[in-house]
Design a protein around this ligand. Structure first.
Ligand code: MG
Length: 724
């Protein structure tokens, strides 16, 4: 980094020697012209000025062409003025004073000062002052040779350098770069900085420029920093240090300062330093919090893992959900470690760490349990199944081949999983169970994972498979609608059909809703299912209509659907698309979902508008599975529904061996329905006795195996009374 700049060349030396001799021998008074002639030959091509120090105001009496080129001033503008016209208030007066004192004593001196060109632009001016004595040994004239060293002071494309430095230092925190001039006394005057300084210190560049770096440093660290700057000044090169800076309002920020010498003036005895300061306060706090950090991987220790696991378990207890602990061990780490050189082993550990970090969420904790074995805490998971994709991802990422020089190594890993609360709530228990699961996975041949509780793991995997299969079911058209007729109990005539979804599973055969709906809702496919069923049911009703059969079709509305603000809109556009009369569609509201708890009731309140809009279209609404869950009568009264379907579990109890209480209960439900002016439908009628009983209660419509199973669309109306 260090670039010692030769400010005086051998040739220079020769000319200066000649000048010195000439000057020492003294000039005759008022012999300015001869002096200038001499200087022009000595400093040919350079930027220099000559001032007459004997006259009031010490006017400039000569400027070279180089001076005019450097400053942009015209000769007549420069002559007759004090050379200070190049400077402004921000020029370091102390520096100027030191130089003037030297000159008065007849000594040559060099200064680095901020100067301004005629157009107002700033440049760093390295001024070499040569006092010229006359024959009476008085300093009569002053020659000042000027050089623009801005580039050197700022370092070329400083921002580019800053960016590169900052990225090589890592981290994404706030940073700023700066330039400073180090003098012999150990002061570091900040010569420039940029807006980034505000993000670290909360001060503007103007507030910081010109200040001694030490003034911005916390008193505890000031001496140490001064010491390191002195070392940097004398030894050159670069240094990286951490210390505390004082931000606006006295706040303390921990920073990492990477400083390098960018330029050195031997004559002026000044060193310019270019530094990048990065805010590491947050990082430091994290480290203090997490304690020991593994030097190789930068990962926290086991203690931290336990701590985070404990936190995650507490959180799951308080807010529900599941906390997962994964122990992941590199299968062939021992082999790699023993057979390859240690440096290679270290590189693999670092690479594995990097991959695992990338595969995890921000809230997850990755720690090193022992060489080759990582621990991962997964807080706040919805359920056990949510661990599976994470572990699969971790194993897959680790398993990608590594290229290390010419060597290609494939790492594999095994993992053991324990979850809270299912496997326990204490960290030791969870650690132990995850460890034994890990050993099982390894014993089974590695490259796999195992759950502490095999049953739990199996269920989680099955659930995940189901969700995966369900998505495929939509994509591959494996879903199908069957229709179960609803009849007038009086004469057995069909009065509509309920569309019921079936899944033609490629391996498991035809599945009923109970086997896959819960998984489907967990996979948040409820909306997609509703739209699919609605579309197909309406299309089917429309097809029946075209063939001359006006048959009303009922579609079940799953949980949460009424919260959709476009619910009524979806229904309307579907009807329009298939030109179906709205009266040929009924929606069955699954009270088991909607009215289960307060949240459900509130959802229903919000959904009432949607339901109202649907009814205004002319679409019927029925309350499904009535009685299966507690329904608030107030809610019931306010619900915009046309029909009430009494849950099959009640109907089942009014058969041959019915108890009086059960019969009365159903009767009461029917009375409520009628009282509210609703059509009452009995679901799940399987025997003639049940039919007789509900008929006696003036229930007008029924549905059940007694009349028909759910059948494919082409069988509807053909076999109206399927056998039992
Ligand atoms: Mg239903």
């Amino acid at each position: 980094m260090e670039e010692a700049h030769p400010t005086t060349t051998a040739n220079d030396e020769g000319r200066l020697k000649a000048l010195r001799e000439r000057v020492l021998s003294g000039f005759p008074e008022d012999d300015g012209a001869e002096l200038v002639e001499l200087l022009r030959s000595v400093f040919a091509g350079e930027s220099f000025s000559v001032s007459d120090l004997r006259r009031v105001g010490q006017p400039v009496v000569y400027v070279s062409d180089g001076f005019l080129a450097l400053t942009g001033f015209r000769r007549e503008e420069a002559l007759g003025r004090d050379l200070g016209f190049l400077m402004r208030d921000d020029t370091d007066q102390e520096e100027v004073r030191v130089v003037r004192d030297a000159v008065r004593d007849g000594r040559a001196a060099t200064a680095l000062v901020r100067c301004y060109r005629r157009d107002g632009s700033l440049f760093w001016n390295e001024q070499r002052h040569y006092p010229i004595k006359d024959s009476r040994d008085r300093v009569g004239h002053l020659v000042v040779v000027q050089r623009d060293v801005s580039d050197l002071v700022h370092a070329r494309s400083a921002n580019e350098v800053a960016r590169q430095l900052a990225s090589s230092l890592g981290g994404d925190g706030a940073f700023f770069s700066y330039g400073a001039i180090l003098d012999a006394a150990g002061n570091a005057r900040i010569s420039w900085t940029h807006d980034g300084v505000a993000s670290v210190l909360g001060r503007s560049p103007a507030e910081v420029q010109g200040k001694d770096l030490a003034d911005l440093i916390s008193p505890e660290d000031r001496d140490a920093v001064r010491e390191r700057l002195r070392a940097l000044r004398s030894e050159g090169g670069s240094r990286r240090d951490r210390y505390r800076m004082l931000a606006e309002g006295g706040r303390v920020r921990w920073v990492e300062d990477f400083a390098a010498v960018s330029w050195r003036s031997t004559e002026a005895d000044l060193v310019a330093v270019h530094g990048v300061v990065r805010d590491v306060t947050a990082e430091r706090l994290r480290r203090l919090e997490i304690g020991d950090v593994d030097a190789l991987t930068g990962l926290p220790s086991e203690r931290v893992l336990d701590d985070r696991l404990d936190q995650a378990v507490r959180q799951s207890r308080r807010y529900g959900g599941v906390a997962g602990l994964v122990l992941l061990e590199l299968d062939n780490f021992d082999f790699v470690h023993r057979t390859l050189n240690p440096r290679r082993g270290e590189r693999f550990m670092r690479e594995a760490t990097r991959r695992l970090q990338r595969a995890l969420r921000r809230s997850d904790t990755l720690a090193l349990v022992r060489p080759g074995c990582f621990g991962v805490v997964l807080p706040d998971l919805n359920d056990t199944g949510a661990v599976v994709p994470v572990v699969e991802k971790l194993l897959a990422w680790v398993a990608r081949p590594f290229q290390d020089g010419t060597l290609r190594v494939e790492l594999a890993a095994s993992a053991g999983v324990a979850v809270a609360p299912a496997d326990g709530r204490r960290t030791e228990v969870l650690r132990e169970r995850a460890e034994s699961a890990l050993q099982r996975a390894r014993a089974a041949g590695g490259s796999r994972f195992a759950f502490a509780d095999a049953e739990l793991g199996k269920a989680a995997e099955e659930r995940l498979t189901l969700e995966h299969d369900l998505r495929r079911a939509f994509a591959e058209d494996q879903l199908v609608l069957h229709y179960q007729p609803r009849v007038h109990l009086r004469d057995g005539r069909e009065c509509g059909v309920e569309a019921l979804v079936r899944w033609r599973h490629p391996e498991r055969g035809l599945l009923l809703p109970g086997e896959f709906l819960p998984g489907l809702y967990r996979a948040r496919l409820g909306d997609a299912l509703f739209e699919w069923v609605l579309e197909n049911a309406v299309a089917q009703a429309s097809a029946w209509s075209e063939r001359g059969t006006r048959r009303r079709v009922s579609v079940n509305v799953g949980p949460g659907l009424l919260e959709r603000t476009d619910f009524a809109q979806v229904v309307q556009t579907t009807l329009e698309r298939w030109h179906l009369h709205p009266g040929l569609l009924e929606l069955e509201l699954r009270s088991e979902f909607e009215l289960r708890d307060d949240a459900g009731v509130q959802a229903l309140d919000r959904g009432r508008d949607q339901l109202g809009a649907v009814r205004r279209l002319g679409v019927g609404v029925a309350l499904d599975d009535f009685g299966a869950v507690a329904t608030s009568f107030t809610q019931l009264r306010r619900l915009p529904v046309d029909a009430l379907k009494i849950d099959r579990s009640f109907v089942a109890r009014v058969g041959d061996s019915a108890e009086r209480g059960d019969v009365e209960l159903v009767r009461a439900m029917v009375t409520i329905g009628h009282g509210l002016g609703l059509t009452v439908v009995a679901e799940g009628i399987e025997t003639p006795k049940q039919r007789e009983r509900v008929c006696s209660m003036a229930v007008t419509e029924g549905q059940g195996y007694l009349f028909s199973h759910a059948v494919p669309s082409e069988l509807v109306g053909i076999s109206p009374t399927a056998t039992e």
